[in-house]
Design a protein around this ligand. Structure first.
Ligand code: IVH
Length: 678
């Protein structure tokens, strides 16, 4: 058996080396030694091997191999400003929600914001820096903070100007945009790549720029990074100027002013979609006014001034064979329709979410029904509607089980702020429920948490079933000898797993807090908590202290942490199993102290607190302004506080008195604006 495995690996490695040789011949040397169709069937053979033997599927899988192998030898360079992602909208309601958030943040009460509408091309983003009109730097997105120096490769793209002939061009101009491959061009090389996006990404990262030049890449410009001096008032002005400077911009870009125009524009572009020569998956809407953009700023993942309104991708009709229950990591019970397999947008679908009990009732969805399902972007497919005309006589309404798969009674909680009952039923057993625990483990190893390569959802399922991993600490105390005996695992994959686990032991405090999966504590809130607690020792006291009510009161004072979060933290801590599990886990970890990123600026290393509401700006903007200037916003008054800013509307007298007593500097609202220069 073992021997058999090493033989398979050996055969496979030989084939992969040969494929790499063919790729090199085609991309680097321009001298293929086999025909295209022979190449295709050879590649198919390897993919079939990978699909048959799981242990061959590593990050080095040839399904990820593009052209001649992408290099990891590029120099890493920090971006002038992070290259963030975008949040998504899937319907007009989501767009209304986006505008509502913008209004709240800016404290502006109007609905008609000008928005720049730009088709969202599905390619690879890149940042080009021009100094006095000369292209001097070209970076890939990388992890968003640090990119790779791919200047030479980018230079091979015809639609990227190498020089801008305009005396008035800003001294430093960083143009951001999308590198992509046209649909027609892709047809010519489609046998070598999985999809156009992969083709663009892989070819951009070839060691040899000549290999890049083989693939007809294009560049569409749509944003800026560093820009000195800044002279634009709106995004649409900037795009207009980009065109004058010789960049290609999307001719479908336009400006819209209200919800009706947003929806018309969306429908219009969606209708044009299939006739375009590039793949788009939605429309990016950006607040057009750059001053407002600046005020809105970003969260850690995405700008507050832009959103991607995604196209609801293809629909398909199929039959529900069964309705099953799934338990999520927060104990949420989600009904899932097991449907007759059907292809939606090129992907075979056999599961579709039914969201919750109320949704099933509302749409009267039953086992045996013929339904329409839809897949939007990368979200889970959903059941949209039932074809009642096809319903059988004996069909019965679906009875939603009152119990979790673990047997525990499920409950619908009441939302602390809206006082409304949740639509979702939950199992509250946490790690004591096998089904919740398994999902919690999947969260722990996920990308934004411990990010353990080689330990994906499927492996967690496998290890759970074999009782290799039952709680988080088991991940860091793996019985590699046992794993080695399993089908699909070999010396190489064990070595990789060991390395990945080892590497992940060192973790930042905010990631750790996010990882342990307290409901309502996402990445952003985890950062706020990490900043409050500073180090793991302070944070972990929560799990030991009998009386943590004072800490919870202090936490409630933190900007961004509300009643919902406090209640959730309290619930988490009151579960003894949680404390037990977390304590076991930390024994294996090296949790780094929290590092405040932005310490520069007028408020560098200063602590600020707000009381009362402001006339001109929202509390969120006040906080964001202070943070952008290097300040840290606190929630309670102590000797640690440097500045108390008193808003005009209903400030708390007690806080002002305490600040005076502790000799904390006090700014009135108008002094604060003067200080900020706004
Ligand atoms: S703006 C921080 N504008 O979408 C704002 N992005 O999901 C992000 N994209 O990484 C850049 N078309 O690769 C922007 N007109 C457009 C875009 C666009 C496509 C891509 C880009 C980005 C991703 C974000």
């Amino acid at each position: 058996m073992k021997k058999n495995k090493s033989k398979i690996l050996e055969d496979y490695s030989k084939k992969v080396s040969l494929l790499k040789k063919y790729n090199k011949e085609y991309f680097d040397k321009d001298a293929p030694s086999i025909t295209d169709s022979k190449y295709d069937s050879f590649k198919k053979e390897i993919i079939e091997l990978e699909n048959k033997y799981n242990f061959l599927k590593t990050s080095k899988s040839i399904q990820n191999l593009i052209g001649s192998e992408p290099s990891n030898k590029f120099k890493k360079i920090k971006h002038s400003k992070p290259m963030l992602s975008l949040s998504n909208a899937f319907n007009l309601e989501d767009m209304k929600d986006f505008i509502k958030k913008v209004k709240n943040f800016l404290k502006i009460d109007r609905n008609n914001f000008e928005l720049s509408s730009e088709p969202k091309i599905d390619g690879i983003s890149a940042a080009l820096t021009y100094k006095n009109g000369r292209l001097i730097k070209g970076l890939s997105r990388g992890d968003g903070f640090v990119g790779e120096d791919i200047l030479e490769n980018l230079k091979t793209i015809e639609t990227i100007p190498k020089k801008i002939d305009d005396k008035k061009v800003p001294e430093i101009l960083e143009v951001r945009g999308e590198v992509y491959i046209g649909k027609k061009d892709f047809v010519k090389i489609k046998d070598k790549f999985a999809n156009p996006r992969n083709a663009a990404g892989g070819s951009l990262r070839q060691k040899n720029p000549k290999a890049t030049s083989k693939i007809p890449l294009k560049f569409l410009a749509y944003a800026f990074g560093e820009l000195k001096p800044m002279k634009f008032l709106t995004q649409s002005d900037y795009i207009f100027e980009l065109k004058k400077w010789g960049f290609k911009t999307n001719p479908l870009n336009c400006v819209v002013k209200n919800f009706e125009e947003i929806q018309n524009n969306y429908n219009d572009i969606e209708n044009k979609r299939s006739n375009l020569d590039y793949d788009i998956d939605g429309i990016v809407f950006k607040i057009n006014n750059l001053n407002l953009q600046k005020r809105l700023g970003s969260t850690s993942n995405s700008p507050r001034w832009a959103i991607a309104y995604k196209f609801s991708s293809e629909k398909a009709v199929t039959k529900i064979n069964k309705i099953e229950i799934q338990v999520g990591r927060t104990g949420a019970i989600t009904p899932v329709a097991k449907v007759e397999p059907v292809t939606v947008g090129g992907v075979v679908i056999s599961n579709a979410t039914l969201h919750n009990e109320d949704e099933i009732k509302r749409k009267d969805i039953r086992v045996g029904d013929i339904v329409s399902i839809q897949r939007a972007g990368d979200v889970i497919p959903q059941v949209v509607s039932v074809d009642f005309s096809k319903r059988g006589k004996n069909s019965k309404p679906f009875e939603f089980p009152g119990k979790c798969l673990c047997g525990a009674i499920t409950v619908k909680e009441t939302n602390t702020s809206t006082k409304k009952q949740d639509a979702v039923r939950r199992c509250l057993k946490g790690y004591d429920c096998d089904f919740t625990a398994r999902e919690k483990l999947k969260h722990i190893v996920s990308k934004d948490a411990f990010n353990i390569d080689g330990l994906g959802k499927k492996v967690i399922d496998q290890f759970w079933d074999l009782k290799i991993i039952r709680e988080p600490s088991d991940i860091f105390d793996l019985k590699y000898e046992t794993i080695k005996t399993l089908e699909g695992w070999g010396d190489l994959s064990i070595k990789n797993l060991k390395n990945a686990v080892e590497k992940s032991k060192k973790i930042s405090l905010s990631r750790f807090i996010y990882s342990i999966g307290i409901r309502h504590i996402g990445q952003e809130n985890a950062k706020i908590l990490a900043s409050y607690f500073s180090n793991s020792k302070n944070f972990l006291i929560l799990f030991d202290k009998k009386n943590i009510s004072q800490t919870l009161i202090d936490l409630a004072d933190l900007d961004g942490i509300g009643e919902t979060q406090i209640k959730s933290i309290q619930n988490f801590l009151s579960n003894n199993k949680n404390s037990f599990v977390i304590k076991n886990l930390v024994k294996f970890l090296d949790i780094e102290d929290h590092k405040e990123i932005n310490k520069k600026g007028k408020l560098g290393n200063k602590t600020i607190m707000f009381t009362g509401g402001f006339k001109k700006i929202s509390r969120s903007e006040a906080k964001s302004l202070a943070e952008n200037l290097g300040g840290k916003v606190l929630g309670s008054i102590s000797k640690k506080l440097d500045i108390l800013v008193v808003g005009e509307s209903k400030p708390t007298k007690k806080k002002i008195d305490k600040a005076k007593e502790l000799k904390v500097k006090i700014f009135l609202e108008k002094d604060w604006y003067k200080f900020l220069d706004i």
